[in-house]
Structure formats: structure tokens, C-alpha cells
Design a protein around this ligand. Structure first.
Ligand code: TYM
Length: 360
């Protein structure tokens, strides 16, 4: 089979990332690395979701460049374009169309309850009480509310559309997407109930280790692409000296024991990263580091990360020079994705009651 011939016998896998900056170690361990292990037994679609990326401020030229950098990082991380379909969300008609239909069956309260919406809105100065029916605005919040776009609120509906448009069976994501996945499943069930069986109910897949990598500067916060603190996030293309700097300045905890413990979020995070890369259990690592200091853990981890990411970095450096190739991967990916998307969108339009267009 070539990547452009969809094989509908295999389970369908879909996942995506936003082209809102370089991929972090969190994106890699929580998502992209696991995608590359699923290529053989599944029909895989991996999106670069530029429509999602404009829900937060973005510069047009930077966004365009980020898309190519993202596909180059996908391929460098092991997503062989011969074995999966990689596409840009805005290249495929159907994502926004299906999102609109799903928006019409989504209660606003569900969207206001989403943790990621609340976090992003809070960054803009908007505060709400826990009860979505009882949003109280602070003075600053009321002003900030004017700058919270509806796209940020509807973000999870577009994400549900991304998944349901391909009738995906499995969606491999990090822990932070769990709530969005639940909403997607609810919407699929609701649509099926209202209009008859249409969508597959997708299952989330989260890896045992690496599904929640925390910030190196504040280990109570998720590691994120857009953190302003440059020591907070490790990027998969970071050079060994950058990795060394970031790991050596990573926040650790009081005491000197190397143990995973809820009162030691910094050390727990470093052990989690080690475990995800070395395939050793946290218990094995605790034993290995027993009686040793944080410096030993940090040196070993720096070495491990640098070595693990070296092939990704080297492959990326070659790929990013070949825009023609990257464009051809995205063209083929979009062609295959579009075929599948049209099929499902057509079915949805009929179920909803949209009349067929008369083609003369
Ligand atoms: P994004 O771009 O924030 O992240 C891409 C993937 O990386 C995972 N991830 C993490 N995993 C572990 N630790 C972390 N610190 C960490 N940070 C990010 C995310 O869980 C995700 O799997 N909403 C999605 C993009 C999206 C999508 C979809 C995903 C749009 N449509 C359809 C799946 C299916 C997002 O913002 O990902």
C-alpha cells in the first residue's frame, strides 16, 4: 500500500498539533513519538491545525513558516510519509463545516467549563467562578472579555470535528487533551442519537509515561510551546548546550532524595522524562539514583535527552532545506484526507437535512 491509497480495513488513527511554535519535549513524549509507533497497523492521519493556531495571537508569516517546520519535525520524529497522511487542516474542506454543525448541538456551558479555555482566558485577565452559569467578571476581566474571541471558546468543537471527520477509532494525545476528547465523544453520541448512527466513538490513547511533561521552571505547570520563560520548555530541536543549560537550571525541590513524590514535583518531572526516554520504570530509577545527588540525575538526564534527540535534530536540518519535498508530502496528505473527509461530510449533510446540490 502507498500512503495515498486509504486502507479502510485498518483502524483509523488521527492526531494533530498546533503550528504555534517548535515542538516541545512534552509534544514529543506525550504525542508525536507514540504516533510513529502506530504506523504499521493503522491508517494514520496527522494534522497540522493552523485553524486552531489563530485562536491565539499569531503573525501570518510566522504561522506559514511554522507549518513547514512542523511537518519537518513530524517526519524527523519518525512519521514516515510513505506510511501515513500528513496534512494541513486549512487544506481540507470539511473541518470548519463539520465544526459548525457540531457547534449547533454543543451547550455553551460545556465549552465554558473546559479547563484549557479557562486557563487561556485567565492569561488574558478573565476570571470566572467554577460555575459556568455564574460567570462573575472582575473589572479587569470585563475588559479582557472583550478580547476573548469566540474561536477560543469553540476551539474544542473544531477539535471534535477534526476527529469525527475521519471517523477515527483512536486518538493518541497527551493528558491535557482528555477533557476535549470527552467532549468529542459526547458530541458524537449526541449526533448519532439525534440523527441516527453516523460517527465512530473515538477512544483516547495516552502513554503510560510522558503523557504530562511539566515546565522545567515551574513543575506545577504543563510544559508548553508558548511559555515566555525560555528555561521552562525543552524543544526537540534544542542543541546539546541549550539542553544542558535548561536541565541544570531546572527547578528541583528541597531535600536531596531522588524520589517521585507529590511534594517533589520537580524531581518527579525529571524522573518522568528519564523514564519515558530510557524505558526504565521510575522505581528502577529511584534505586539507580539512591544516595546520589540532584547533580548526578541532571547530568545523566542531559546526556540522555541530547542523545535521544540527536537523530531528530540531524534529520530535521536536512528536511527543512527541502521545502519542495515538504510541500509534496502535504499535498499528498491533503488529497487522501480530503477524499475521506468529503465522504463523511456528505453523509452528515444528508442526515442533517441539507438538500443535495443539483449539478444540472
Ligand atoms: P498541542 O499542539 O498543544 O499539542 C500537541 C500534542 O502534544 C501533547 N502535549 C503534551 N503531552 C505531554 N506533556 C506536555 N507538556 C504536552 N504538551 C502538549 C498534547 O496533548 C497533544 O497531543 N488541541 C490540540 C491539537 C488538536 C488535536 C485535534 C489533537 C487539534 N485537533 C484533534 C488531537 C486530535 C493541541 O492543542 O495540541
Amino acid at each position: 500500500m502507498t500512503a495515498s491509497t486509504p486502507n479502510t480495513e485498518k483502524p483509523v488513527i488521527l492526531s494533530c498539533a498546533q503550528p504555534s511554535g517548535m515542538l516541545t519535549l512534552g509534544n514529543y513524549l506525550g504525542a508525536v513519538r507514540n504516533w510513529s509507533e502506530m504506523l504499521e497497523k493503522s491508517e494514520c492521519f496527522f494534522g497540522i491545525v493552523d485553524l486552531h493556531a489563530i485562536t491565539t495571537p499569531s503573525q501570518p508569516a510566522k504561522l506559514r513558516q511554522n507549518v513547514y517546520e512542523c511537518v519537518a519535525q513530524y517526519i524527523a520524529s519518525g512519521l514516515d510519509p510513505e506510511k501515513c497522511h500528513q496534512f494541513v487542516q486549512s487544506h481540507v474542506i470539511g473541518h470548519t463545516e463539520l465544526a459548525w454543525i457540531l457547534t449547533c448541538i454543543t451547550p455553551i456551558g460545556e465549552l465554558q467549563r473546559m479547563t484549557q479555555f479557562k486557563d487561556k482566558a485567565a492569561k488574558l485577565g478573565f476570571k470566572s467562578s467554577d460555575d459556568p452559569e455564574d460567570i462573575k467578571f472582575t473589572h479587569a476581566g470585563a475588559r479582557a472579555q472583550a478580547s476573548i474571541n469566540a474561536g477560543l471558546l469553540c476551539y474544542p468543537v473544531l477539535m471534535a470535528a477534526d476527529i469525527l471527520l475521519y471517523n477515527a477509532d483512536l486518538v493518541p494525545v497527551g493528558e491535557d487533551q482528555r477533557q476535549h476528547l470527552e467532549l468529542c465523544r459526547d458530541l458524537a453520541q449526541k449526533f448519532n442519537h439525534q440523527y441516527s448512527e453516523t460517527f465512530t466513538i473515538p477512544k483516547p490513547y495516552m502513554p503510560k509515561t510522558g503523557s504530562r511533561i511539566m515546565s522545567l521552571a515551574d513543575p506545577t505547570k504543563k510544559m508548553s510551546k508558548s511559555d515566555e520563560n525560555e528555561r521552562a520548555s525543552l524543544y526537540i530541536l534544542d542543541k546539546p548546550d541549550q539542553i544542558k543549560k535548561k536541565i541544570s537550571s531546572a527547578v528541583t525541590d528541597s531535600g536531596s532524595d531522588i524520589k517521585a513524590d507529590e511534594n517533589k514535583p520537580g524531581v518527579t518531572n525529571l524522573l518522568g522524562i528519564h523514564s519515558a526516554l530510557s524505558n526504565k520504570t521510575v522505581e528502577e530509577l529511584e534505586e539507580h539514583f539512591s544516595g546520589k545527588g540532584y547533580g548526578v540525575l541532571k547530568n545523566e538526564l542531559t546526556e540522555l535527552i541530547s542523545e535521544s534527540l540527536k537523530p531528530v535534530r540531524e534529520k530535521y536540518d536536512d528536511l527543512i532545506k527541502d521545502k519542495k519535498y515538504l510541500k509534496s508530502v502535504l499535498r499528498q496528505g491533503a488529497e487522501t484526507a480530503q477524499k475521506r473527509a468529503y465522504k463523511i461530510l456528505g453523509k452528515v449533510y444528508r442526515k442533517v437535512g441539507f438538500p443535495e446540490r443539483d449539478r444540472g
